[in-house]
Design a protein around this ligand. Structure first.
Ligand code: FAD
Length: 514
């Protein structure tokens, strides 16, 4: 008789469910019994307490896997209605590529934004093309979908396996930002769920204050559930170029010159090479030396070098690309024997970091601690910064790439919530270190953190006007100093859109008052 077995199974299941619910006493019954299209789960929580930084682990009480915007809105509305009697907070989690627990909610609710991938992405061609995407969509998927229409977003990050909501909450900077501005300068419209659980559409013409608040807003003012991203005709192929400098001032003044020109490269970045041996041999697999004989006389060993990285997009059907590149390169002062050129598809160029990810994963080197430090440095102070940091602090090794490139401030909208230095040109300097787990040497976490602190202390003492990108602070005083004159605006925005401080507690800017 199977009916006995069925009754037994049902009883067992109810018992397990009741136990799970009892195991999460911080989640009120009224919330647990909300009617949702997706689901609120109380187990398998460990993934929401992890991020790319791999240093901070704050487990939530539950994870919401939303199926619709209304799942997100009704959950937050419910917590808002509970008022200050409840300590519950909510963090949207995009792809969890934060560094210090920013997408975590200790004993709160984490919303897995990737489960909100629907409705279907909509690419709109025409004179001003755009795509409507979910806030949990990965940039790589947006690229692949828009390429089907011969289109692509204009501004990128170096790595595409990040979500729209995650990068728009920061800025989204890469080698195209000098021309198009960061990703937050290339969004027409957003759909946002505020900290009161309201679903609001906002743009430059509608609910403008919310639109500006959320862009670069570190998740403090609302959860981005949809975004309308500006597109352009997609290039087909890319000439990808690297040249070396041994003198920092020559390197940076060439970079600044290039980003100020009308007819220039399409992508301009750079990185620092510290104490590397066999450099040219390592690159040969993907980059061709223009003049191998000359280059063989160049010895990189041990010196600090600066690599200018450039890209020019082109259509293989058209001629003239090589002459154009020659014309541009002839204006630069790099070490002439160190010209490397490679030719790749636009997709491969943009998705280049994913290739390294696959390699690192296969060696177990991706899920290690990442004590990254990202700084925005005013142009007038970049020489002083480079002299101390590359001449004194980082001399032996860098434990990972060190990116350095300038952008034009005129391409940033000063009404958004992002904090940038107050100069027409400023540099992004990114120390993208990986630590060897449990090492106590120069490749260990403690050593790298100490080095980061030396860099930050130097910026502070020398009064360089540096701002952190992907900022991390632990006290409100530090946040206040970070925001400077914008702090009053941030307070106003918080009290308008998330007055109970329910959202993005992992940024540690505001604390929920209970
Ligand atoms: P998460 O880590 O999930 O979230 C980040 C923050 O945004 C959290 O506070 C979270 O609560 C909030 N958030 C997430 N989704 C939403 C949403 N829908 N609405 C509101 N708030 C939300 N950045 C650059 O600018 N340029 C680069 O070139 C670049 N390269 C990178 C390369 C790698 C390998 C990595 C790991 C990071 C890189 N970043 C870069 C940083 C990256 O842009 C940020 O860490 C970004 O936040 C990651 O997106 P995510 O989807 O993983 O966000």
């Amino acid at each position: 008789d199977f009916s006995f077995l069925r009754t037994f199974m049902i009883l067992l299941l109810s018992f397990v469910t009741i136990r799970i619910n009892l195991c999460s006493p911080g989640i009120p019954y009224s919330l647990r019994s909300l009617s949702l299209e997706g689901n609120l789960v109380y187990d398998e929580l460990h993934y929401a307490a992890r991020d790319f930084g791999n240093r901070f682990h704050f487990p939530p009480l539950a994870i919401l896997h939303p199926n619709s915007v209304s799942d997100i809105a009704s959950t937050i509305r419910h917590i808002w209605q509970l008022g200050p009697t409840s300590a519950l907070t909510v963090a949207a989690r995009g792809h969890g590529h934060s560094l210090q627990g920013q997408a975590q909610a200790h004993r709160g609710i984490v919303i897995n934004m990737k489960s909100l991938r629907g409705p279907q992405m909509q690419v709109h061609s025409g004179e001003f093309p755009f795509v409507d995407v979910s806030g949990g969509e990965l940039w790589i998927n947006i690229l692949q979908e828009s390429l089907k229409y011969g289109l692509a977003p204009k501004s990128w990050t170096d790595y595409l396996h990040l979500t729209v909501g995650g990068t728009l909450s920061n800025a989204g900077i890469s080698g195209q930002a000098f021309r198009h501005g960061p990703q937050i300068s290339n969004v027409h419209q957003l759909e946002v769920v505020t900290g009161k659980g309201e679903v609001v559409n906002c743009s430059l013409n509608q609910n403008t204050e919310l639109f500006h608040s959320v862009l670069g807003g570190l998740g403090q003012f609302g959860i981005i559930t949809q975004a309308r991203i500006s597109l352009e005709p997609a290039p087909q192929m890319v000439k990808w170029i690297r040249v070396l400098y041994s003198d920092f001032s020559t390197f940076s003044s060439d970079q600044e010159r290039l980003i100020s020109m009308e007819n220039t490269f399409d992508y301009i970045e750079g990185f620092v090479i510290i104490n590397r041996t066999g450099l040219l041999n390592n690159w040969r697999s993907s980059f061709n030396l223009q003049d191998p004989v000359q280059a063989s006389k160049f010895n990189s060993d041990g010196r600090t070098l600066f690599c200018l990285e450039l890209a020019k997009y082109f259509d293989p059907e058209k001629t003239g690309i090589n002459q154009e590149i020659e014309r541009l390169l002839s204006q630069l002062r790099y070490i002439s024997s160190t010209l490397f050129i490679s030719e790749v598809s636009y997709l491969d160029f943009l998705d280049r970091v994913h290739v390294s990810e696959i390699k690192l994963r296969s060696k177990g080197l991706w899920e290690v601690p990442h004590p990254w430090l990202n700084l925005l440095i005013p142009k007038s102070k970049i020489d002083i910064f480079a002299k101390e940091v590359f001449g004194n602090i980082l001399t032996d090794t860098s434990n990972g790439p060190v990116l350095i490139y300038p952008v034009n401030k005129s391409k940033w909208d000063n009404r958004t919530s992002v904090v940038i230095p107050d100069e027409d040109i400023f540099y992004l300097v990114a120390f993208l270190s990986s630590a060897v787990p449990s090492s106590t040497g120069t490749d260990g976490l403690e050593h790298i953190l100490t080095q980061n602190k030396r860099i930050l202390d130097f910026c502070e003492t020398a009064n360089l006007g540096v701002k952190q990108y992907l900022p991390h602070y632990t006290t409100q005083e530090e946040w206040q100093a970070h925001y400077g004159p914008l702090w009053e605006v941030i307070i106003k925005r918080k009290s308008a859109y998330d007055p109970l401080a329910i959202l993005a507690p992992g940024q540690r800017i505001f604390q929920k008052a209970i």
